[in-house]
Design a protein. Structure first.
Length: 98
């Protein structure tokens, strides 16, 4: 259970695609890199909600990811100083995203 409400715009389909890709990659001995996994997930996400890596990349790579380019795909994992305290607020709307 991923704990993300369906249709909320929080990337539940990306989380599902990422979980499946990582699981299959584990079964086959981690043959694919992060970039290759993101590309595979982008293909499946394209069928559901369009070709964008904003949710897929962080789901695969963890943390914050800068998407510099799509053609060719260029991802940069952003590092934050561990001594900084970061706070996040998440609000779930009462309606479904289109």
């Amino acid at each position: 259970e991923k704990g993300l409400p369906l249709g909320s715009g929080l990337g539940s389909s990306a989380a599902s695609a990422a979980a499946a890709a990582v699981a299959v990659n584990e079964i086959f001995g981690k043959r694919l890199s992060y970039d290759e996994l993101v590309l595979a997930c982008l293909k499946s996400e394209e069928k559901v909600s369009g070709y964008h890596a904003d949710n897929v990349a962080p789901s695969i790579m963890g943390g914050f990811v800068l998407i510099r380019n799509y053609e060719p795909l260029e991802l940069v994992r952003l590092k934050f100083p561990s001594e900084k305290e970061l706070y996040f607020v998440l609000v779930t709307p009462e309606f479904e995203a289109p």
